[in-house]
Write a protein that binds this ligand. Structure first.
Ligand SMILES: [Mn+2]
Length: 437
């Protein structure tokens, strides 16, 4: 079914007890979305929901009661022969209990009947308000009923209790799940290694066939063909295949231009495998005769990436890693004669953001930009073994920009190099190091 064991899903649910002692936890999965008329978009489960359930069907809701011992319930679409004939199998109530280890399971159509009874036993409701209209309505009607019992109604009010009513609390549990997702298990690391391996096969294929007679689209389909062929049903995100100035659009996805007059092709793409993402960028040279200033810019980015990765070890923060990239990029911009200012001025006045306008790193996991926090209570997250993130410095010299490129030879060039880095006990492992340059 998947490479995360039933036991690991149980452990993840139990880990919520670090945050929740007494209360009801409610998390809706993703619903199916209409693409047009009676056709839906490909379904992809909500990552938090997947992380805790491993349940891959739309329109489901998980509920855990912490008493504090755990009772785990799933609301699901029931098995239905008509649905089986037209669309396929569903686990249904029995499958949710037997295969997904729910203590009990109910048809999703009974949510409005059963959930209010479950909620009524608790004062702490762990639910992100706004994530599901039906649950919003159940939670808010319970909340307002409880509140009115404490503060009074119909002209008989307890005004003092209105501020500190000792009544029901609604608490957002998503930050807890995000923190749990920050440290990857052995199995998760293996899955991300496998996803990176699929991406590597795609990039290597492109490296052997790439030429200036291709279009960005030609490259995209060849790349994604290799992803699909190697077991990745979805990309982790839409592939960015950007020649020339298009590489200065950070999330460029039009992918429709000819490469005939481009020097570089920036490919930022990643296969998703069994729900886990990879995220790799390479800037390929399309001809062997590229202007030396452009090549100098390329080498600055490469050097910045090397410098940043070599600093990755437990105790550092992603801000520290970003600074290590800037330590190379800013002098590099000066050597390209783009600034007369001092390095301190370029940094403190953020002048470099004309050419480097994004961060150096983001977490990687079930989401390409994994949802884990960058700071907790205003203090930066310190790196620990098992964390995975990208290191992706770049330089962008867009034709739309007003910068003073003294001979315009950099204009229309975007360069980024990105690898996926695992923090280890003593330093780091570059998980994608062997992907072609
Ligand atoms: Mn990235």
């Amino acid at each position: 079914m998947n490479n995360i064991s039933t036991d690991e899903f149980i452990t993840r649910r139990e880990n919520l007890s670090n945050y929740i002692n007494d209360g009801i936890f409610i998390l809706p999965g993703n619903t199916s979305f209409v693409r047009n008329h009676d056709v839906n978009f490909d379904f992809r489960q909500n990552s938090d929901f997947w992380y805790l359930t491993g349940f891959n069907e739309p329109n489901s809701v998980m509920v855990i009661l912490f008493k504090p011992e755990i009772e785990y319930y799933l609301f699901v679409e029931p098995y239905d022969v008509h649905h089986h004939i037209w669309e396929g199998y569903r686990a249904g109530i029995e499958g949710a209990k037997n295969d997904f280890k729910a203590d009990n399971a109910f048809p999703i159509s009974e949510l409005e009947k059963i959930l209010p009874e479950m909620i009524s036993e608790f004062n702490n409701i762990y639910y992100r308000v706004g994530s599901d209209k039906r649950i919003d309505s159940i939670v808010s009607s319970f909340y307002s009923t409880q509140l009115r019992q404490v503060t009074g109604k119909r002209g008989n009010y307890n005004i003092n209790k209105n501020q500190n009513n000792g009544s029901v609390s609604i608490i957002d549990p998503v930050p807890f799940i995000s923190e749990l997702r920050m440290i990857k298990s052995e199995n998760e690391i293996k899955l991300i290694d496998d996803a990176i391996d699929v991406t590597k096969k795609g990039f290597e294929h492109i490296n052997t066939i790439l030429n200036q007679n291709m279009t960005e689209y030609d490259v995209q389909v060849e790349l994604e063909y290799i992803f699909r062929k190697n077991g990745s049903r979805f990309n982790a995100y839409p592939s960015i295949v950007a020649g020339g100035d298009n590489a200065c659009v950070l999330h460029y996805i039009d992918n429709n231009r000819s490469l005939s007059d481009a020097d570089f092709l920036l490919i930022d793409a990643g296969a998703e495998l069994d729900y886990y993402a990879s995220d790799i960028t390479r800037t390929f040279r399309l001809n062997s005769n590229i202007d030396s200033l452009r090549m100098e810019a390329y080498n600055i980015v490469k050097e910045a990436q090397k410098n940043a990765i070599s600093a990755v070890k437990p105790g550092q923060t992603l801000k520290d890693i970003h600074m290590k990239a800037l330590d190379v990029l800013i002098p590099g911009l000066k050597s390209l004669k783009l600034f007369d200012h001092s390095i301190d001025e370029i940094l403190s006045d953020n002048l470099y953001t004309e050419f480097y306008m994004h961060g150096t790193s983001h977490w990687l996991g079930l989401d390409v930009h994994d949802s884990s926090p960058y700071s907790i209570n205003k203090s930066e997250i310190e790196l620990k073994p098992g964390m995975i993130f990208t290191v992706e410095p770049g330089l962008y010299f867009s034709a739309r920009s007003q910068y003073s490129d003294f001979n315009k030879s950099l204009t229309g060039t975007g360069i980024r190099i990105e690898d996926d880095i695992l923090v280890t006990e003593n330093g780091n492992r570059n998980m994608s190091e062997d992907i072609v340059y």
